[in-house]
Design a protein around this ligand. Structure first.
Ligand SMILES: [Fe+2]
Ligand SMILES: [Fe+2]
Ligand SMILES: [Fe+2]
Ligand SMILES: [Fe+2]
Length: 316
């Protein structure tokens, strides 16, 4: 997404730790620390798009799980909770490893500051202005409110970066999270521009949530639990407040039957079109590890589509 540019590999080789999920052939999985050749541009672009898709699926399924729970369908809720774990913890995480998304804590903070700055000073103010001009007052108010949050995120990350670089100050106290409930409903905006902006914003929030989740893991693993707590809390705000608030206006959540249909459409596209194309292109470019990962994910998504289809047929 535009607000958070994926750090690109430019030259040389990258030592990565990639663990392919169950079913991948052992010979195709790079060992920990294996030097992987720099990726071709097309592969990098495809990895970025795939990560956006995975982050978005992860975010929307959490809302679909809550809707299934409200409808008294705990088994469907469980499926919608388990599937995003695969999208985030396996697919997104492995694609991020190949992309070199996660770096040092300082570099991760710098990347986050850039993204938050763009959102708070450019993207959300523009979206708010456009929504207001279109008469979508609720969206204008939400975009304005979120812009303030992003400015606070930027300031918190900047303070954390200063602490890391100079030892001065402290890692800020993580923000409180006030989850937004997203009931099934129609879109609450009218203009096509506002709808498009909501879609862009939601992809950005979903990606920010996924990225900060990995940044938090890295901070924890590298011995900085206070920074991990900050990344985790902001990550939760991005998903449970920003993404969810926007989803409520966008009418993202329908009945469970509708949500399953939405999920089937997305999984089918990923399994039959997106990932096979990406795998083919990566193979042709000589990016073997990426080709293997894309192919493996295509198989996983077919399994997800099948599970959702079976579940939908079984709805009483
Ligand atoms: Fe996935
Ligand atoms: Fe943010
Ligand atoms: Fe946000
Ligand atoms: Fe999936």
């Amino acid at each position: 997404m535009t607000a958070y540019p994926i750090r690109a590999l430019v030259t040389g080789t990258l030592a990565v730790s990639v663990v392919l999920c169950a079913g991948a052939t052992a010979s195709a999985a790079p060992a920990v620390g294996t030097a992987i050749p720099a990726l071709q541009q097309q592969t990098r672009t495809n990895l970025t798009q795939a990560m956006r898709g995975e982050a978005f699926a992860n975010a929307s399924y959490t809302l679909f799980a809550a809707q299934a729970q409200r409808e008294g369908r705990p088994a469907v809720a469980d499926l919608f909770r388990k599937t995003p774990a695969v999208e985030l913890d396996e697919h997104f995480t492995q694609e991020a490893a190949l992309s070199g998304l996660v770096s040092s804590n300082e570099a991760n903070l710098t990347d986050a500051i850039t993204g938050e700055g763009y959102e708070s000073t450019t993207m959300y103010p523009t979206f708010a202005q456009q929504a207001k001009a279109a008469g979508d007052t609720a969206a204008a108010d939400l975009f304005t409110e979120i812009a303030k949050d992003e400015a606070a995120h930027q300031a918190a990350y900047q303070a954390a970066l200063t602490k890391l670089r100079t030892g001065k100050g402290a890692i800020p106290t993580p923000p409180a999270v006030n989850p937004v409930t997203v009931p099934a409903g129609q879109p609450k905006v009218t203009s096509a521009q506002t709808k498009a902006n909501l879609d862009t914003a939601m992809h950005g929030e979903a990606l920010a949530h996924a990225k900060y989740t990995l940044y938090a893991q890295h901070a924890q693993q590298s011995g900085n639990p206070a920074l991990a707590r900050l990344f985790t809390a902001v990550s939760d705000v991005e998903l449970q407040e920003h993404y969810s608030g926007e989803a409520a206006l966008a009418g993202t959540v329908g009945t469970t039957s509708q949500n399953l249909a939405t999920a089937i459409t997305g999984e089918t596209y990923e399994s039959q079109t997106m990932y096979p194309t990406f795998a083919q292109q990566a193979k042709a470019a000589g990016d073997t590890a990426a080709a293997t990962l894309f192919q493996h994910n295509a198989t996983d998504e077919a399994g997800h589509a099948q599970a959702f289809q079976t579940t939908r047929k079984g709805l009483s």
